[in-house]
Design a protein around this ligand. Structure first.
Ligand code: P6P
Length: 332
């Protein structure tokens, strides 16, 4: 084939849609419902990506001058993201209810015959929007606990991370990526805006067993337990690189690729840690464990925590397995 022709016929790679269909065909009992649910999430992420990438031009990066149910400052994009994902999941008809950071109560989609529930942080790190720092969406998918056809209840979302069917995140960064797992490894897809499609760019992702990067807000150092303080001193003595973007998905993704550890321990302001078990910590812990890493609260594996409250916060120590285990040694 001549080089000119070759240049214009380079394969574009594996589209996410084809990847989902291929994976579904590998499971004889798969009915396509999970595939459809994943497509619903992908659609919402594409719409949101468009808004984020022109936020400064359309005035969407402004604040809502109101707080969400958590008492946290709400950006307009937080609300837009919540609406986009809720609408896509509702119309996709595979989700019976959604637990979102932006709503205190579970949101019934009206699809009472749907067998899945979604827990969601529609837009994490939104305080970074108006300074053009990467932000992310984090999601978990569970099978409902209540009977098909009945109204969903809180029982459907108060599930251990170990019981997740799938989990993933979208990173709206210098490029937009979707990374997810269904329990059979972790795969990363990069968005090609000119085609409006994600393509497989990071097959079978594995986090290095150890690393030289630590991510923690050292401004809270005085609040940290002696064990955490000793670990931070250890990182400095070892001349590790301090990398903390203030956007969980961005910090997590870099550590997943390069090896490293992210810590959000208990602080004076957040005695139980800042991050939410059901729609941040469980999803990232499922992903990191599938990639060979570890997610811990400092007292046990995140995935084994039995949730008590929908918006429960937990301390999070997550990343390369050897680094997390080392922190646990300091905590003993
Ligand atoms: P702090 C963003 O608000 C977030 O939830 C995470 O994305 C981020 O890692 C963390 O909080 C930053 O919190 O207290 O260090 O500013």
């Amino acid at each position: 084939m001549n080089s000119a022709l070759q240049k214009f016929t380079t394969p574009v790679g594996t589209a996410l849609d084809r990847f989902i269909a291929t994976k579904q065909s590998e499971f004889p009992f798969a009915t396509g419902e999970l595939s459809q649910l994943l497509r619903d999430i992908v659609l919402a992420s594409k719409i949101l990506n468009r808004e984020i990438n022109r936020a400064g031009l359309v005035g969407i990066e402004t604040s809502m001058d109101q707080e969400n149910v958590q008492g946290e400052h709400q950006q307009m994009l937080d609300v837009v993201a919540d609406i986009r994902f809720t609408r896509a999941l509702t119309r996709g008809q595979q989700t019976c209810c959604i637990l979102s950071e932006e709503n205190d109560l579970i949101v019934e989609t009206g699809n009472r015959n749907a067998k899945y529930v979604v827990t969601l942080d529609p837009l994490d790190g939104s305080s970074n929007i108006n300074v053009n720092v990467s932000i992310g969406t984090i999601f978990s998918i569970y099978r409902r606990k209540t009977e098909i056809g009945t109204p969903p209840t809180e029982e459907d979302v108060l599930q251990k991370g170990r019981d997740q069917v799938a989990a993933g995140y979208i990173l709206y960064g210098s490029s937009t990526m979707l990374v997810y797992t269904t329990g059979y490894g972790v795969n990363g897809f990069t968005y090609e805006p000119s085609l409006g499609e994600y393509f497989l760019s990071h097959p079978n992702m594995k986090i290095p067993a150890t690393g030289q990067i630590y991510s923690v807000n050292e401004g809270s150092y005085e609040d940290f337990s002696p064990g955490i303080q000793q670990y931070i001193q250890y990182c400095k003595k070892e001349r590790y690189a301090a990398r903390y973007i203030g956007s969980l998905v961005a910090d997590f993704h870099r550590n997943l690729l390069k090896g490293g550890i992210y810590l959000y321990p208990s602080t004076q302001q957040y005695p139980s840690g800042k991050l939410r078990l059901l729609y941040e910590c469980n999803a990232l812990s499922f992903i990191v464990e599938q990639a060979g890493g570890l997610g811990s609260s400092g007292e046990g594996n995140i995935l084994d925590i039995i949730p008590q409250d929908k918006h429960q916060r937990v301390p999070l120590i997550i990343g390369s397995k050897q680094m997390v285990k080392q922190v646990l040694e300091f905590l003993k």
